[in-house]
Design a protein around this ligand. Structure first.
Ligand code: NDP
Length: 258
């Protein structure tokens, strides 16, 4: 029996990176997967690849997580195609790394619009159905920036701290209805997001090497390694894990360094 057999999952920002890896792992484990993504053409390509690779059911829906109505529409389209959403992964996120005093109001707003409002919009769209059915699993993709601060990365860690607060608050609110809300805090994972950050540094090769030098396992993570944890939290293998966060960073955030 596959671990998500018969379940319906919606993954935001599933066109590429960690979201695409989660959508792939879910389909491989038997879930029908809705890929809710800003760029619908990317989502359609990824959805077709996943269906071809896994034989699973997929649906791409153009979605902007900053807009509550857009997320509601994605949930409705997914439910019309496959039935009630059992699992939501709030994965869509953007890096907004600024100096606090030179940051513009727009930088602040677009960071919170995607990285925190986007997570709430997803939860808000699926919770009524999950609460009514007395079952559901929500997995929010947080970050090691949810617990640690790196100077110059403002306000991303503020929003990601908020994701943990939201996870804990909703996990407690809906625990009596058997709706579990958990988070995953990835460390450095090799995706376009990470490559863009290295490329934006004065010496990209040196920036990448500096990242690697601080990795206890001598490498950064793969999107598939985050996806494995998402499968676990989404599945019935984690029935008593709620309002929690699992760190997936190869030990990086436990390492002391000057
Ligand atoms: P990517 O940039 O590779 O992928 C993010 C996806 O989210 C893209 O497909 C992007 O679409 C989509 N997206 C962005 N804005 C929106 C929006 N408003 N509505 C819907 N979709 C949107 O990032 P990662 O895969 O690396 O990151 C995924 C999550 O993991 C994020 O929440 C990130 O903060 C978190 N994370 C990543 C880490 C890493 O090292 N990679 C470390 C810790 C956390 P488009 O391309 O069309 O803009």
């Amino acid at each position: 029996m596959k671990r998500l057999q018969g379940k319906v999952a919606l993954v935001t920002g599933a066109g590429r990176g960690i979201g695409a890896a989660i959508a792939t792992a879910f389909a491989r484990e038997g879930a029908a997967v809705v890929l809710a993504e800003l760029d619908v053409e990317t989502a359609q390509r990824t959805a077709a690849d996943i269906a071809a690779q896994t034989g699973g059911k997929t649906l791409a829906v153009q979605t902007d997580v900053t807009q509550s109505a857009s997320v509601q529409r994605a949930v409705s389209e997914g439910e019309n195609a496959f039935g009630p959403v059992d699992v939501l992964v709030n994965n869509a996120g953007i890096n907004v790394f600024c100096d606090p005093l030179t940051m513009t109001d727009d930088d602040w707003r677009r960071c919170f619009a995607v990285d925190l409002d986007g997570v709430w919009n997803g939860c808000r769209a699926v919770l009524p159905g999950m609460v009514e059915r007395g079952a559901g699993s929500i997995v929010n993709i947080a970050s090691t920036h949810s617990f640690k601060i790196i100077p110059g990365c403002f306000p991303y860690p503020v929003a990601k701290h908020g994701v943990i607060g939201l996870t804990r608050a909703l996990g407690i609110e809906y625990a009596p209805r058997n709706v579990r809300v958990n988070a995953i805090a990835p460390g450095y994972i090799e995706t376009q997001l990470t490559r863009d950050w290295w490329d934006g540094q004065a010496d990209p090769a040196a920036a990448k090497q500096a990242t690697l030098d601080l990795q206890p396992m001598g490498r950064i993570g793969k999107p598939e390694e985050v996806a494995m944890t998402a499968v676990f939290l989404a599945s019935d293998e984690a029935p008593f894990i709620n309002a929690s966060c699992i760190t997936v960073d190869g030990g990086r955030s436990a390492l002391y360094h000057d």
